[in-house]
Design a protein. Structure first.
Length: 331
């Protein structure tokens, strides 16, 4: 995220007379104090909204209402771990703070067969822990001098973000923020911060989706359909390629469908709401011919494998999820 400007006010940058500087600083501090949490967080590159913990049941109801439309295995694997209750570590939580952090697509280069292969990794696959850490630091700073506690929320983040007005749904089911479209990572925290403004509201879709079918047409597996709002998650390439390499892809998946090292970028790349974010990329380095071979071999033991793991982690990537797509992409 090194290329993002933070908007933090720095003292003395406008180079005015030294004697006036303290007055200006005091004014700035006062002005800063008057800003809402949302405004303060925006200045440091985060989008944030808050809802009262009283809506936990509503969030559960929203998701439960769609149980019949979600493949049972996928429900069990991905949606049954949500906890619609106050965390034990923070029983006096009052607010749920939901945060969106703009995220670039990642570019990784691999050497294989004497050639360089450039691959894309969709936004949100890297730096999960960093986004949480940075969000907490920014919240702490924005709310200072008050001091609150935070506990990470195990909640359905898109629903929560849409219900707080932080994102609008695309027809592709992804949550969009104004300037960076779907190139964002969501996270949420319970806090004992009083919920001064409960931003709970109706979920909204992007207005442009009514007359656009680009993601429906481009989805390589027919996961996005016009006859229902929820995607057919069991058909989504992301669901299929996030699995272990030992699980083969179903026969009905066209090998040409694969387009990213993990996940799938098709419905995001084609979306007009992402036009301004398509160049938002972050190059994460290169793997040598030997490292690629090691990754493909599936060997996880030994010194070389440990070094590769460290290298991938340093690039913000999870070594466990790669070989599955890599094999198909290099064919
Ligand atoms: C399960 C899961 C998946 C599954 C299922 C996806 C799905 N659509 O549910 C699979 C593996 C397929 C998947 C894929 C991807 N995922 Co995913 N996934 C999750 C997970 C763990 C839960 C999502 C969830 O709650 N699903 C349940 C459904 C019921 O919730 P919902 O989609 O919000 O559904 C609501 C709407 O349908 C709405 N609704 C119903 N009818 C109508 C009608 C109208 C008009 C409106 C407005 C709304 C509406 O009601 C529902 C309930 O509120 C979250 C992490 C988390 N903790 O939340 C990440 C998460 C949602 N995924 C994420 C991402 C980035 C992706 C991918 C883009 C990855 C990639 N390829 O790059 C793809 C996108 C695929 C797609 N087109 O949706 C991000 C989304 C970020 C964002 N800004 O939206 C999350 C939040 C992870 C993160 N921390 O960043 N994912
Ligand atoms: S591609 Fe079109 S229909 Fe799909 S989410 Fe974007 S605007 Fe909506
Ligand atoms: S991520 Fe790919 S497979 Fe999944 S809905 Fe979007 S285009 Fe379809």
């Amino acid at each position: 995220m090194g290329r993002m400007t933070t908007g933090i006010i720095r003292d003395g940058v406008d180079g005015g007379p030294a004697l006036r500087a303290p007055v200006r600083k005091a004014e700035r501090v006062e002005r800063m104090m008057r800003l809402t949490l949302q405004q303060k967080m925006e200045r440091t590159g985060f989008e944030v909204r808050t809802v009262s913990v009283e809506h936990l049941e509503d969030i559960e109801r929203d998701v439960e209402a769609l149980r019949g439309e979600v493949d049972a295995t996928l429900w069990e694997e991905s949606l049954s771990h949500f906890r619609y209750e106050l965390p034990r570590e923070l029983p006096d939580a009052k607010s749920i703070i939901v945060v969106a952090r703009p995220q670039p697509s990642l570019m990784v280069t691999l050497r294989h067969g004497g050639k360089s292969w450039g691959f894309i990794i969709p936004p949100s696959y890297a730096d999960a822990a960093k986004v949480d850490k940075d969000s907490l630091e920014a919240l702490d700073k924005a709310l200072s001098p008050a001091s609150y506690r935070y506990v990470k929320a195990q909640l359905p983040l898109k629903t929560l973000a849409a219900r707080s007005g932080l994102v609008k749904y695309g027809k592709n089911n992804i949550g969009y923020i104004p300037r960076f479209g779907s190139f964002n990572r969501l996270t949420a925290f319970f806090s004992d911060m009083p919920c001064a403004e409960d931003q709970w509201q109706d979920r909204e879709g992007l207005p442009g989706c009514d007359d656009c079918h680009a993601c429906v047409r481009t989805c390589p597996t027919g996961a996005i359909t016009e006859d229902r709002f929820l995607i057919r998650a069991d058909r989504c390439l992301t669901n299929l390629n996030e699995r272990d390499s030992s699980v083969p892809f179903p026969n009905w998946v066209d090998p040409q469908a694969h387009n990213a090292l993990i996940g799938c970028m098709r419905c995001q790349r084609v979306c007009p709401y992402n036009r301004m974010a398509l160049d938002f990329t972050s190059a994460r380095g290169e793997l040598s011919e030997e490292e690629t071979a090691l990754l493909l071999s599936g060997q996880r033991e030994g010194e070389a494998a440990a070094a590769l793991n460290e290298k991938l982690k340093g690039m913000g990537l999870d070594p466990a999820i790669f070989p599955r797509n890599l094999e198909v992409l290099l064919r």
